[in-house]
Design a protein. Structure first.
Length: 492
């Protein structure tokens, strides 16, 4: 279901230009905004499907802590009333009639599941030279802050949708950077929880070791509220066996949080090479120090083996997990295993592989050496967790590690693909399965960048408290979406 807008584009953009935050909006208002901003107007292509009107109307009458809150869900998470495509034409008719447990929890808490967001196809695990935010189903998602700049991936549609005000919040998923990077470059909050806090059942997988869903919102408190509803055990997902012990009210105390006495570890080498970004990060550190935090400079460089081992392990895990997902689908999908997906893409190359190929699929199909996999995954886990985050926090006696999340958004380039800068420490948290929060930190030349807060396993509440503490004392001016191509701001 799509609908035409009856409100002017200027009226729909007005909340972004106001100094005060707008009041909570109704599903109808968000639908009007999606029609005017996502389908027409700037046409950022963040939303790929809307829930049936009857589903939205029924949900709008629900009670609970999320009552009245409209939420968009990444299109690799199953919803009973919309197809789940992972961006691929192979799954364009994948209407399973099922809610993923995390979606069921959101509905039970009163959330209105408004629709599905575009993503980097197969969560950006298909081929080389991909462009974040592109899928054969949804096309190319744009960044609301600069329409010609990347929204980052693979939860690009979720990040862009929240930034554009198309819903109160959205759900993303991450294997390595796919919540935190789009949060950073779209200027929103993104939280990747500890793996095992939120169920992954009925979510199109890459890795049973690193995958997790998480909230994307405009404030840390909203992320905590959403996480509180999402978190909990699921018998079908063994990783969540301990979730019941750690699924608390994550909003508790956030309105009175203080950074006084909190020890913050600055992972200095991960700040990157951009002077303007370094200056902005130093401003954020100064804000935290003024709020009473103790800052500890940390000199650390991840072992080169970490990335190599992670990539090799993911290839093996993807082959097994995506085949298991496809094999269990109801109906008659055109592929039941990874080999079938490869064949489908070859048969539909004009639509699926115009811009880039399926090199990762091919490598994953060949990743069958169990002994090599065990070593790769063991090395990656050790280097990221016990010898990475755990060792750094213990040695320096810090409560969290902090760095920029990533650099500013690069130009969208469908021909040669993404152009990432080596900035941030997010891979450590992703591989270890530890919590990672990205909070807006300001902007470089009008392009948003985020501040990362990372800590140990099950330290989710602590990470959210520190993020909220920084958010409360942040002195930088945040960029507002302009819904235009990027132009250099006038010099100050």
């Amino acid at each position: 279901m799509r609908r035409s807008g009856s409100i002017t584009l200027a009226a729909l953009l007005a909340p972004f230009m106001a100094t005060a935050a707008p009041a909570q909006e109704t599903p109808a208002t968000y639908l009007e905004r999606i029609a005017a901003i996502d389908d027409a107007g700037p046409a950022i292509h963040a939303v790929v499907a809307l829930a049936p009107e009857a589903s939205i109307a029924a949900a709008a009458r629900a009670k609970g802590p999320l009552a009245g809150h409209s939420v968009l869900v990444k299109d690799n998470i199953e919803t009973r009333d919309m197809p789940t495509t992972a961006g691929s034409l192979a799954l364009k008719d994948n209407a399973t009639g099922r809610d993923a447990p995390l979606v069921a929890r959101l509905r039970a808490a009163g959330a209105v599941i408004l629709g599905k967001t575009n993503l980097s196809e197969w969560a950006n695990f298909r081929g080389d030279r991909s462009s974040s935010g592109w899928s054969a189903v949804g096309g190319q998602t744009m960044n609301p802050h600069a329409l010609d700049r990347s929204p980052c991936g693979s939860s690009s549609g979720s990040g862009a949708a929240v930034a554009a005000g198309l819903a109160w919040a959205a759900i993303g998923t991450e294997t390595d950077g796919s919540i935190t990077c789009p949060a950073s470059v779209n200027g929103v909050v993104g939280f990747k929880p500890t793996v095992g806090l939120v169920s992954r059942s009925l979510v199109v997988p890459i890795s049973p070791v690193q995958d997790t869903a998480g909230p994307m919102t405009t404030s840390v408190r909203d992320a905590a509220l959403l996480l509180t509803a999402m978190a909990g055990p699921d018998k079908a997902d063994p990783a969540t066996a301990q979730a019941g012990r750690h699924a608390v009210d994550f909003t508790k105390g956030l309105d009175k949080v203080s950074l006084s006495g909190v020890r913050i570890g600055i992972v200095r080498r991960q700040v990157g090479p951009m002077p303007a970004l370094t200056a902005l990060f130093d401003q954020a550190v100064a804000d935290m120090k003024r709020a009473g935090a103790e800052v500890v400079e940390i000199d650390y460089e991840p072992a080169s083996r970490l990335g190599e081992a992670e990539f090799a392990a993911l290839l093996h895990e993807f082959r097994e997990s995506v085949t298991a997902y496809l094999a269990a689908l109801p109906g008659n999908p055109p592929a039941r295993d990874l080999a079938g997906l490869i064949a489908f893409n070859k048969a539909h190359a004009g639509d699926e592989m115009r811009w880039y190929g399926q090199e990762l699929f091919d490598k994953a199909l060949a990743a069958t050496d169990a002994a090599k996999y065990a070593k790769d995954r063991g090395d990656a886990a050790r280097l990221a967790g016990p010898e990475g985050i755990d060792a750094l926090m213990a040695k320096h006696k810090v409560d969290a590690l902090v760095a920029p999340t990533t650099g500013p958004a690069w130009p969208i380039d469908l021909v040669t693909g993404d152009h990432f800068l080596e900035i941030g420490a997010g891979t450590l948290a992703a591989v270890a399965g530890y919590p990672h929060l990205s909070v807006p930190m300001g902007a470089v030349e009008g392009l948003p960048v985020g501040l990362s807060v990372i800590a140990g396993k099950w330290d989710d509440a602590r990470v959210l408290r520190i993020g909220a503490g920084y958010e409360a004392v942040r002195s930088a001016i945040l960029a507002k979406p302009r819904f235009q191509p990027w132009q250099a701001p006038a010099p100050r």
